[in-house]
Design a binder for this molecule. Structure first.
Ligand code: IMP
Ligand code: MG
Length: 225
């Protein structure tokens, strides 16, 4: 048995797939090429995958302490917070509820459009619950302020905000996050959930795009927040 396992491990090391696994080579090549090109579009990596994962350990420990014995409902905002919340959830061992809220803000470019609209309403009743809104980034702060108004009207027991990133810029006067993963300079970033025209969300790091990528922007695509 031990011999068989060793033999299998050695074969994985020597080949990308075990020889019993048949993958059409054309499909494999195309897939690999696309994934490589995403990373190549970055001019700078601001946060590596290792830095992000280490910070998440700290954030999750803090949340666990603060919400011990409470009835936590996580409300991540679609779509940018999906990687962040998925990694956070895995680190929170206590009971919690999860309900996504869909909000849309920017319109396909790299600056704010100034308003948001709801693309997916909450399904759970959050009245008298401890609600933690999770978002990808606090930029102008408009999203946070609008979402706060919307959720306060549903009368939760408590309401806090957790953002993966916060840009070091003056925000909307009433925008404040209770938990912040990283504070970053005022640059347009992609990766780890954050997109540019719906691309780059699946990068495990956070980086800044090369200027030639953003220069050839399409104007009319609405981006989901
Ligand atoms: P707000 O300006 O704080 O309302 O942020 C609105 C939304 O814009 C965020 O939730 C993100 O989805 C998006 N956003 C803001 N800054 C960036 C960025 O640097 N990269 C990608 N998306 C961003
Ligand atoms: Mg967002």
């Amino acid at each position: 048995m031990g011999k068989l396992v060793l033999g299998t491990a050695a074969r994985y090391a020597a080949e990308p797939f075990p020889s019993s696994f048949c993958f059409p080579s054309r499909v494999l090549l195309r897939y690999t090429g696309r994934m490589n090109s995403l990373r190549d579009d970055l001019q700078e990596v601001l946060l590596t995958e290792a830095q992000i994962q280490q910070r998440l350990d700290e954030l999750a420990a803090q949340l666990q302490r603060d919400y011990a014995g409470k009835d936590l409902t996580l409300v991540p905002l679609l779509t940018g917070s999906v990687l962040f919340v998925a990694d956070l959830l895995r680190r929170l061992p206590g009971p919690l509820r999860l309900d996504f809220l869909g909000v849309s803000s920017y319109h396909g470019q790299t600056s704010s459009s100034g308003d948001i609209h709801i693309t997916k309403a909450l399904q759970l009743n959050i009245h008298d619950r401890d609600v933690l809104v999770v978002d990808d980034i606090l930029d102008t702060g408009l999203t946070l302020v609008r979402v706060r108004d919307l959720i306060v009207a549903l009368r939760p027991r408590s309401l806090k905000f957790c953002v993966f990133l916060e840009k070091e810029i003056p925000h909307h006067a009433e925008a404040r996050a209770d938990y912040v993963g990283f504070r970053i300079p005022d640059k347009f970033v992609v990766g780890y959930g954050l997109d540019y025209q719906e691309r780059y969300r699946n990068l495990a790091c956070v980086g800044v795009l090369k200027p030639e990528i953003t220069a050839k922007a399409a104007v009319d695509t609405r981006r989901a927040g």
